[in-house]
Write a protein that binds this ligand. Structure first.
Ligand SMILES: Nc1ncnc2c1ncn2[C@@H]1O[C@H](COP(=O)(O)OP(=O)(O)OP(=O)(O)O)[C@@H](O)[C@H]1O
Ligand SMILES: [Mg+2]
Length: 329
């Protein structure tokens, strides 16, 4: 049975843009996240895919409580995370961990690997004894495929892939239920990427943890994820099971992404969909459907009425006014 672990509803993060030196006047907002809805189930991977600047990292930071929410809610294990305080907040921070793209900047260069890994345990609500911490570090090093003596070294003594293993070990240290993986392999050599992805899958199989996997590379996300959400300019345009998205993409943007990513994909057989123009900036973005200026199916309604994010069956959600027509294409 699926159990909802994280529920994100109508999530918004707007960064105000101001003008003036003394009297700061708000002239608009960067709508980095603008009405995002998705759910991460226990033991599953939800993949969030979208082009640069569409709001993936901002979404991650809101979930990790690194940014303040402008609107909407995030429920974790049924609790609204913006209401957590004291020990509940501390325990939430332990339960939701993160691995970022660049293991160089996320690992303190002056700390030994063992101290880096131990940091989240030591600050946890029930900090264990020194011996227990030592045992835990040894166990984690083994789990992520690093040598036993790796704990005594510093991050710069490792390759990029190994540093990402250290970051994964640190994320696992407080026994989290969810790990946010923000572009975990895009900073690595192509030859190393599959190793790290496989490691993450093995760990998930063993420990039953959930992932929110963020990446701009659709095939990578599909390969790893139970569900995939396609993000465009601060909103999700489509969510489907990984296979379903591949076989029956509905939203014009998803169709275009797939046709560009997979040359032999059914969406590509008729024609490659080349989108006109660039992704607009999230500063005062297009009204209603944000994709309409680039969409091959757009009509008047798309610039005046925001499309609903509708479940078209089996957890397949699409935000478009022309779902029925598009399913036939
Ligand atoms: N602190 C901030 N202040 C103002 N604007 C911000 C801030 N953080 C992010 N943004 C803007 O919000 C938008 C979304 O950024 P975000 O980093 O979430 O995108 P992303 O999807 O993670 O992109 P990438 O694939 O390049 O990592 C961008 O236009 C970015 O410039
Ligand atoms: Mg990002």
């Amino acid at each position: 049975m699926t159990e909802e672990l994280l529920a994100v509803r109508d999530l918004k993060k707007h960064f105000p843009v101001t003008k003036g030196i003394i009297f700061m006047k708000e002239i608009g907002a960067i709508k980095a996240v603008d009405g995002v809805n998705f759910t991460v189930n226990r033991g599953e991977t939800f993949g969030l895919v979208g082009e640069s600047g569409c709001g993936k990292t901002t979404t991650a930071k809101l979930i990790l409580l690194m940014e303040r929410i402008t609107g909407g809610t995030i429920h974790y294990k049924g609790r609204d995370i913006s209401l957590l305080r004291g020990s509940e907040l501390k325990s939430h921070r332990g339960s939701v961990q993160a691995v970022f793209q660049d293991p160089f900047s996320s690992l303190s260069p002056r700390m030994r690997v063992k101290d880096i890994i131990a940091e989240p345990i030591v600050v946890s609500v029930n900090a264990p004894s020194k011996t227990a911490v030592k045992e835990k570090i040894a166990e984690l090093l083994q789990l992520v495929g690093l040598r036993k003596d790796a704990g005594d070294l510093y991050p710069h003594e490792f390759s990029g892939g190994q540093r990402q293993r250290i970051a994964i070990a640190r994320a696992l240290a407080p026994d989290p239920d969810l790990i946010v993986l923000d572009e975990p392999v895009s900073g690595l050599d192509v030859s190393i990427r599959a190793q790290i992805m496989n490691l993450l899958r093995d760990i998930q199989d063993r420990l039953g943890i959930s992932y929110l996997l963020i990446a701009h590379d659709l095939p990578v996300v599909q390969h790893m994820s139970t569900w995939v959400g396609v993000m465009y300019l601060g909103t999700l345009v489509e969510i489907a099971g990984s296979e379903e998205l591949n076989e029956n993409p509905v939203h014009p943007y998803t169709k275009a992404l797939l046709s560009a990513a997979l040359p032999h994909h059914p969406a590509h057989i008729r024609e490659e969909i080349i989108l006109p123009g660039e992704v607009p900036t999230p500063f005062n973005p297009p009204e209603a459907c944000k994709f309409h200026p680039r969409c091959f199916r757009a009509r008047d309604i798309c610039s005046s009425v925001p499309p609903l994010f509708r479940d078209i069956g089996g957890g397949h959600f699409v935000a478009c006014h022309f779902i029925d027509d598009l399913r036939k294409i």
